[in-house]
Structure formats: structure tokens, C-alpha cells
Design a binder for this molecule. Sequence first.
Ligand SMILES: Cc1cc2nc3c(=O)[nH]c(=O)nc-3n(C[C@H](O)[C@H](O)[C@H](O)COP(=O)(O)OP(=O)(O)OC[C@H]3O[C@@H](n4cnc5c(N)ncnc54)[C@H](O)[C@@H]3O)c2cc1C
Length: 225
Amino acid sequence: MDHTCAAKSIAPPTEFIEGVVVNANAQRPINEDCYTAKLGRAIAESENGVAWLILDRRMRNAALRKSMPGNGRLLLIHCLPALMSILLGSKKARSIEALARKCGLPEQALAQSIASYNDVAHAGGEDPLGKKKDFVKPITRAPFYALNLSTRSKTSPLATFTLGGLVVDEESGAVLKADKSPIAGLYAAGRAALGIPSNFYISGLSIADCVFSGRRAGRCATQAP
Ligand SMILES: Cc1cc2nc3c(=O)[nH]c(=O)nc-3n(C[C@H](O)[C@H](O)[C@H](O)COP(=O)(O)OP(=O)(O)OC[C@H]3O[C@@H](n4cnc5c(N)ncnc54)[C@H](O)[C@@H]3O)c2cc1C
């Protein structure tokens, strides 16, 4: 059990993926429109799990308007996390350098990351990290905002669950020792057992695997002498 799935969902609202996610070095580790488990892993593997989502005034205000419950733009399940991040987990500053200082990020590096991103946005070119063109929008209108996406952030939870697990016999689900012989009477299933998603995770892989392995282990346990 040395792997976990760590999923960070930042959209909707879509304005969040128009911004940039930076790590402790103020570098973009990944394209912001990637699958949630890829973004979560990039954040979890960054130095001290530090990550900030940088937005400008237009992006932040549009996201705030969309996230207001009752306006029919987003489901409540999406409104509440977005509002929590915007209202309780953000920093605000008149310049990118000042924002960097508030977040404890290197000023020049953040300014450079935003400038490079803006160059691509203004030119309508290809994002070097592969973000879809529709989401590459310039971050130019002050004030600027940073939403705390770090692993320790209380306003942007990182959904996690274990991957991998005990090595089991493929036919019975019996737990195997290091020499591959079964431990009598001990079975494992679900995410406690080695299964299909043992290294990386794609949505939907888990439930079927858990049901199948639970049924296998239960059937064999009841039939065991
Ligand atoms: C936010 C989120 C979204 C997900 N979305 C999907 C999805 O869309 N599709 C998908 O396939 N998977 C999804 N998953 C993953 C999937 O839900 C889990 O991998 C799966 O539920 C694991 O099943 P399990 O039976 O192995 O463990 P669990 O569901 O964790 O069951 C373990 C049970 O053991 C109980 N327990 C723990 N300790 C003890 C004890 N000492 N004594 C007695 N009982 C104990 C717990 O209370 C729990 O009921 C998602 C997970 C999360 C967190």
C-alpha cells in the first residue's frame, strides 16, 4: 500500500482552469485542465505539497458569480468548494510580485511564469504543457488572487484513497506470504488487496474491482475447509 490516489478537482467553475497552478518554486507543474488525479498527484509530489492557483480579477469575479448558490449556474456540490477557496482560502494583491510575497513564493519566478503564460495566451499559441487553447487566457487584470491548493489546505481538500494492497491469490483472494504461499483463513478484497488500480487511478476503476474481489474472497472463504 505504498500508493494513494490524490484527486484535486478545480473545475467547475471553468475560470479556475483558465488560471495557472504553480508549485513552491512558482513553476507550473502540469496543464490545469488535466484529469483530477493527475493534478492531485502533481500537487502531492511538489515540494512540501505547496500549490497555488493564480487568477486575475476577471477570472476570480466570474468564478465567484457562477458559484453563488441559487443562480442555477453550478450544482451545490461545486458551488461550496469553489466559494470556500475564493472566500476563505485566497490571497489578494495589486501585483504578481506582491502576491508572490503573500504566498511565500519566489517573486521573480512567479512573475516569469505568469509572463510566459500570458505570452502564449496573447499569441494564441500552443501551451507548452498542453492545456487546451480555449482555457489559456491572459492573467493581466489587477488585483490578482492566489487560491491555496496545497495538500494541507483546509479550504481545498485533496480527496485520497489507497491503491495497491496485500498480494492475493488471483483465484481465491487469499492473502499470500512473501514466498507466495497463502496464509490460511486470511482473505483481502477491495482497496486493501492488490487490484486493477494499484499504481495510478482512472475514475470508475475502483467500485467494480472492489465488488468483484469482495465476492471472490467471500465465496472462497465460505468454501474453505
Ligand atoms: C471522493 C471519492 C470519489 C470516488 N469516486 C469513485 C468513482 O467514481 N468510481 C469508483 O469506482 N471509485 C471511486 N472512488 C473510490 C472508491 O470509492 C473506493 O476505492 C472504494 O470504495 C474502496 O472500497 P473498499 O471496500 O476497499 O473500502 P471502503 O469503502 O473504505 O470500505 C472499508 C470499510 O471498512 C470499514 N472499517 C475500517 N476499519 C474497520 C475496522 N477496524 N473494523 C470494522 N470495519 C472497519 C470502514 O468503515 C468501511 O466501511 C472514490 C473515492 C473517493 C474518496
